[in-house]
Design a protein around this ligand. Sequence first.
Ligand code: PAF
Length: 278
Amino acid sequence: MVIVKSIDELLEATSTFKGSVGFVPTMGALHEGHLSLIKKARKENDFVVVSIFVNPTQFLEGEDLEAYPRKEEADVKICELAGVDVLFMPTVDMMYEKDELSITAPAIRGFILEGTKRAGHFDGMLQIVMKLLNLIAYNKPSTFRAYFGKKDAQQLVLITQMVKNYFINVDIVPCDIVRDKDGLALSSRNVYLSKEDRVRALSLSRSLKRATELVMQKEFNSSIIIAEMKKVLSKVEVEYVALVNREFEQIDRVELSNTIILVAARVGTTRLIDNLWI
Ligand code: PAF
Protein backbone atom coordinates (compact mmCIF):
# COMPACT_ATOMS: atom_id res chain seq x y z
CA MET A 1 0.00 0.00 0.00
CA VAL A 2 1.22 3.49 -0.86
CA ILE A 3 0.27 6.33 1.47
CA VAL A 4 0.04 9.63 -0.40
CA LYS A 5 -0.34 12.97 1.30
CA SER A 6 -0.31 15.36 -1.64
CA ILE A 7 -2.41 15.71 -4.78
CA ASP A 8 0.62 15.31 -7.06
CA GLU A 9 1.54 12.05 -5.34
CA LEU A 10 -2.04 10.81 -5.67
CA LEU A 11 -2.18 11.59 -9.38
CA GLU A 12 1.19 9.92 -9.90
CA ALA A 13 0.19 6.78 -7.96
CA THR A 14 -3.12 6.42 -9.82
CA SER A 15 -1.49 7.07 -13.22
CA THR A 16 0.01 3.57 -13.13
CA PHE A 17 -3.40 1.88 -12.71
CA LYS A 18 -4.41 -0.30 -15.66
CA GLY A 19 -7.94 -1.53 -14.98
CA SER A 20 -10.95 -0.70 -12.84
CA VAL A 21 -10.65 1.52 -9.77
CA GLY A 22 -12.80 1.30 -6.64
CA PHE A 23 -12.79 4.38 -4.42
CA VAL A 24 -13.93 4.60 -0.79
CA PRO A 25 -13.96 8.16 0.61
CA THR A 26 -13.98 8.32 4.42
CA MET A 27 -13.36 10.67 7.32
CA GLY A 28 -11.29 8.01 9.10
CA ALA A 29 -11.90 6.36 12.50
CA LEU A 30 -12.57 3.31 10.38
CA HIS A 31 -14.94 0.62 11.66
CA GLU A 32 -16.53 -2.54 10.25
CA GLY A 33 -18.93 -0.42 8.20
CA HIS A 34 -16.05 1.24 6.31
CA LEU A 35 -14.31 -2.11 6.08
CA SER A 36 -17.32 -3.65 4.34
CA LEU A 37 -17.13 -0.85 1.73
CA ILE A 38 -13.40 -1.42 1.25
CA LYS A 39 -13.89 -5.20 0.97
CA LYS A 40 -16.59 -4.73 -1.64
CA ALA A 41 -14.38 -2.32 -3.58
CA ARG A 42 -11.49 -4.82 -3.33
CA LYS A 43 -13.65 -7.65 -4.66
CA GLU A 44 -15.07 -5.68 -7.57
CA ASN A 45 -12.02 -3.77 -8.83
CA ASP A 46 -8.40 -4.14 -9.94
CA PHE A 47 -7.28 -1.20 -7.78
CA VAL A 48 -8.62 0.30 -4.57
CA VAL A 49 -8.12 3.86 -3.31
CA VAL A 50 -9.28 5.01 0.14
CA SER A 51 -9.24 8.63 1.28
CA ILE A 52 -9.20 9.80 4.87
CA PHE A 53 -10.08 13.45 5.25
CA VAL A 54 -12.10 15.08 8.01
CA ASN A 55 -13.79 17.64 5.78
CA PRO A 56 -14.29 20.93 7.67
CA THR A 57 -16.86 22.36 5.25
CA GLN A 58 -19.46 19.72 6.11
CA PHE A 59 -19.37 20.48 9.85
CA LEU A 60 -21.60 23.27 11.10
CA GLU A 61 -20.76 25.84 13.80
CA GLY A 62 -20.87 24.05 17.15
CA GLU A 63 -20.60 20.56 15.66
CA ASP A 64 -17.84 18.09 16.53
CA LEU A 65 -15.12 18.99 13.97
CA GLU A 66 -12.38 19.31 16.61
CA ALA A 67 -13.58 16.32 18.64
CA TYR A 68 -14.27 14.07 15.62
CA PRO A 69 -12.44 10.79 16.34
CA ARG A 70 -9.04 10.58 14.62
CA LYS A 71 -7.24 7.23 14.63
CA GLU A 72 -4.59 7.55 11.94
CA GLU A 73 -2.35 4.69 13.02
CA ALA A 74 -5.16 2.15 13.33
CA ASP A 75 -6.74 3.37 10.07
CA VAL A 76 -3.49 2.84 8.15
CA LYS A 77 -3.25 -0.73 9.51
CA ILE A 78 -6.87 -1.51 8.61
CA CYS A 79 -6.35 -0.26 5.04
CA GLU A 80 -3.12 -2.20 4.69
CA LEU A 81 -4.74 -5.44 5.90
CA ALA A 82 -7.76 -4.89 3.65
CA GLY A 83 -5.50 -4.76 0.57
CA VAL A 84 -5.92 -1.06 -0.27
CA ASP A 85 -3.50 0.05 -3.02
CA VAL A 86 -3.44 3.78 -2.34
CA LEU A 87 -4.40 5.60 0.85
CA PHE A 88 -4.88 9.34 0.29
CA MET A 89 -4.58 11.53 3.39
CA PRO A 90 -4.52 15.19 2.34
CA THR A 91 -4.47 18.27 4.56
CA VAL A 92 -7.16 20.96 4.55
CA ASP A 93 -4.84 23.43 2.75
CA MET A 94 -4.36 20.99 -0.10
CA MET A 95 -8.06 20.50 -0.65
CA TYR A 96 -9.27 24.09 -0.24
CA GLU A 97 -8.21 27.59 -1.09
CA LYS A 98 -9.56 30.73 0.57
CA ASP A 99 -12.13 31.99 -1.93
CA GLU A 100 -13.69 28.77 -3.17
CA LEU A 101 -16.51 28.00 -5.54
CA SER A 102 -19.25 26.24 -3.67
CA ILE A 103 -21.92 23.71 -4.50
CA THR A 104 -25.45 24.08 -3.21
CA ALA A 105 -27.55 21.03 -2.47
CA PRO A 106 -30.77 20.80 -4.53
CA ALA A 107 -33.60 22.95 -3.19
CA ILE A 108 -36.03 20.14 -2.33
CA ARG A 109 -34.08 16.94 -1.65
CA GLY A 110 -31.22 18.84 -0.08
CA PHE A 111 -33.34 20.87 2.31
CA ILE A 112 -35.49 18.31 4.09
CA LEU A 113 -34.64 16.05 7.05
CA GLU A 114 -30.83 16.19 7.47
CA GLY A 115 -30.87 19.27 5.25
CA THR A 116 -32.96 21.25 7.75
CA LYS A 117 -31.38 19.79 10.87
CA ARG A 118 -27.85 20.40 9.52
CA ALA A 119 -28.29 23.35 7.14
CA GLY A 120 -25.18 23.69 4.97
CA HIS A 121 -23.84 20.23 5.75
CA PHE A 122 -24.73 18.80 2.35
CA ASP A 123 -23.16 21.72 0.46
CA GLY A 124 -19.81 21.00 2.11
CA MET A 125 -20.19 17.25 1.73
CA LEU A 126 -20.99 17.54 -2.00
CA GLN A 127 -18.10 19.96 -2.49
CA ILE A 128 -15.51 17.55 -1.08
CA VAL A 129 -16.99 14.48 -2.77
CA MET A 130 -16.89 16.33 -6.12
CA LYS A 131 -13.21 17.18 -5.55
CA LEU A 132 -12.31 13.64 -4.53
CA LEU A 133 -14.19 12.02 -7.42
CA ASN A 134 -12.52 14.38 -9.90
CA LEU A 135 -9.09 13.55 -8.48
CA ILE A 136 -9.61 9.79 -8.82
CA ALA A 137 -11.16 10.24 -12.29
CA TYR A 138 -8.20 12.41 -13.38
CA ASN A 139 -6.21 9.52 -14.89
CA LYS A 140 -9.31 8.17 -16.66
CA PRO A 141 -9.62 4.67 -15.19
CA SER A 142 -11.35 2.19 -17.54
CA THR A 143 -14.08 1.75 -14.92
CA PHE A 144 -14.46 3.97 -11.87
CA ARG A 145 -16.71 2.95 -8.97
CA ALA A 146 -17.20 4.88 -5.72
CA TYR A 147 -18.67 3.20 -2.64
CA PHE A 148 -21.04 4.85 -0.17
CA GLY A 149 -23.03 3.42 2.75
CA LYS A 150 -26.81 3.41 2.79
CA LYS A 151 -26.71 4.59 6.40
CA ASP A 152 -26.21 8.14 5.13
CA ALA A 153 -29.18 7.68 2.81
CA GLN A 154 -29.75 11.32 1.94
CA GLN A 155 -26.02 11.81 1.32
CA LEU A 156 -26.06 8.82 -1.03
CA VAL A 157 -29.07 10.11 -2.97
CA LEU A 158 -27.57 13.61 -3.29
CA ILE A 159 -24.18 12.29 -4.45
CA THR A 160 -25.96 10.15 -7.05
CA GLN A 161 -27.80 13.26 -8.22
CA MET A 162 -24.59 15.36 -8.31
CA VAL A 163 -22.84 12.73 -10.43
CA LYS A 164 -25.79 12.78 -12.83
CA ASN A 165 -26.17 16.58 -12.92
CA TYR A 166 -22.44 17.24 -13.39
CA PHE A 167 -21.81 14.30 -15.77
CA ILE A 168 -19.09 12.77 -13.60
CA ASN A 169 -17.86 9.49 -15.05
CA VAL A 170 -18.28 7.24 -12.01
CA ASP A 171 -20.64 4.47 -10.89
CA ILE A 172 -21.97 5.11 -7.40
CA VAL A 173 -22.27 1.81 -5.53
CA PRO A 174 -24.68 1.82 -2.54
CA CYS A 175 -23.57 -0.49 0.30
CA ASP A 176 -25.68 -2.08 3.03
CA ILE A 177 -25.68 -0.81 6.61
CA VAL A 178 -23.45 -2.78 8.98
CA ARG A 179 -24.76 -3.28 12.52
CA ASP A 180 -23.35 -4.46 15.83
CA LYS A 181 -24.76 -7.76 17.11
CA ASP A 182 -27.33 -5.85 19.18
CA GLY A 183 -28.60 -3.96 16.11
CA LEU A 184 -26.88 -0.58 16.57
CA ALA A 185 -25.85 0.77 13.16
CA LEU A 186 -22.08 1.31 13.12
CA SER A 187 -20.93 4.93 13.15
CA SER A 188 -17.68 6.65 14.05
CA ARG A 189 -19.76 8.76 16.44
CA ASN A 190 -20.87 5.71 18.50
CA VAL A 191 -17.67 6.18 20.55
CA TYR A 192 -19.31 9.25 22.13
CA LEU A 193 -22.08 7.12 23.69
CA SER A 194 -21.91 6.38 27.43
CA LYS A 195 -22.86 2.86 28.53
CA GLU A 196 -26.40 3.97 29.37
CA ASP A 197 -26.77 6.00 26.17
CA ARG A 198 -25.65 3.03 24.11
CA VAL A 199 -28.52 0.98 25.52
CA ARG A 200 -30.98 3.80 24.78
CA ALA A 201 -29.51 4.15 21.28
CA LEU A 202 -30.77 0.66 20.46
CA SER A 203 -34.28 2.09 20.25
CA LEU A 204 -33.40 3.50 16.80
CA SER A 205 -32.87 0.08 15.21
CA ARG A 206 -35.77 -1.31 17.29
CA SER A 207 -38.09 1.34 15.88
CA LEU A 208 -37.09 0.26 12.37
CA LYS A 209 -37.72 -3.36 13.33
CA ARG A 210 -41.19 -2.30 14.49
CA ALA A 211 -41.73 -0.62 11.12
CA THR A 212 -40.73 -3.85 9.37
CA GLU A 213 -43.26 -5.82 11.44
CA LEU A 214 -46.00 -3.37 10.51
CA VAL A 215 -45.17 -3.49 6.82
CA MET A 216 -45.14 -7.29 6.97
CA GLN A 217 -48.65 -7.06 8.46
CA LYS A 218 -49.53 -4.91 5.41
CA GLU A 219 -49.72 -1.65 7.34
CA PHE A 220 -48.54 0.79 4.66
CA ASN A 221 -49.84 4.07 6.10
CA SER A 222 -46.84 6.35 6.82
CA SER A 223 -48.51 8.25 9.71
CA ILE A 224 -49.40 5.03 11.51
CA ILE A 225 -45.90 3.61 11.03
CA ILE A 226 -44.32 6.87 12.26
CA ALA A 227 -46.59 6.98 15.33
CA GLU A 228 -45.72 3.36 16.21
CA MET A 229 -42.01 4.01 15.73
CA LYS A 230 -42.17 7.06 17.99
CA LYS A 231 -43.58 4.86 20.79
CA VAL A 232 -40.40 2.75 20.59
CA LEU A 233 -38.32 5.94 20.56
CA SER A 234 -39.85 7.38 23.75
CA LYS A 235 -36.54 7.40 25.67
CA VAL A 236 -34.53 9.37 23.11
CA GLU A 237 -34.95 12.88 21.73
CA VAL A 238 -36.41 12.28 18.27
CA GLU A 239 -35.43 14.80 15.58
CA TYR A 240 -37.41 13.16 12.80
CA VAL A 241 -39.01 9.92 11.67
CA ALA A 242 -39.91 9.92 8.00
CA LEU A 243 -40.85 7.77 5.05
CA VAL A 244 -39.46 8.80 1.65
CA ASN A 245 -39.17 7.17 -1.72
CA ARG A 246 -35.79 6.53 -3.38
CA GLU A 247 -35.99 10.05 -4.86
CA PHE A 248 -36.24 11.35 -1.30
CA GLU A 249 -39.79 12.63 -1.65
CA GLN A 250 -41.94 12.20 1.47
CA ILE A 251 -44.64 9.58 0.89
CA ASP A 252 -47.99 8.93 2.60
CA ARG A 253 -47.88 5.19 1.99
CA VAL A 254 -45.10 2.61 1.77
CA GLU A 255 -44.17 1.77 -1.82
CA LEU A 256 -42.60 -1.67 -1.69
CA SER A 257 -39.02 -1.75 -3.09
CA ASN A 258 -39.06 2.06 -3.27
CA THR A 259 -39.19 3.23 0.35
CA ILE A 260 -36.63 4.40 2.88
CA ILE A 261 -37.74 4.73 6.50
CA LEU A 262 -35.50 7.16 8.36
CA VAL A 263 -34.92 8.10 11.95
CA ALA A 264 -32.68 10.73 13.55
CA ALA A 265 -32.44 11.24 17.30
CA ARG A 266 -30.23 12.67 20.00
CA VAL A 267 -29.12 10.21 22.63
CA GLY A 268 -27.48 12.22 25.40
CA THR A 269 -25.20 14.59 23.50
CA THR A 270 -24.80 12.29 20.51
CA ARG A 271 -26.83 12.65 17.34
CA LEU A 272 -27.57 9.33 15.61
CA ILE A 273 -29.27 8.40 12.36
CA ASP A 274 -30.48 5.05 11.05
CA ASN A 275 -32.71 3.82 8.26
CA LEU A 276 -34.26 0.91 6.48
CA TRP A 277 -34.57 0.39 2.71
CA ILE A 278 -37.68 -1.60 1.83
O1 PAF B 1 -19.73 9.81 4.79
C1 PAF B 1 -18.64 10.36 5.04
O2 PAF B 1 -17.79 9.84 5.76
C2 PAF B 1 -18.37 11.74 4.46
O3 PAF B 1 -19.53 12.49 4.38
C3 PAF B 1 -17.65 11.68 3.10
C4 PAF B 1 -18.51 11.04 2.04
C5 PAF B 1 -16.34 10.93 3.24
C6 PAF B 1 -17.33 13.10 2.63
O4 PAF B 1 -16.52 13.78 3.54
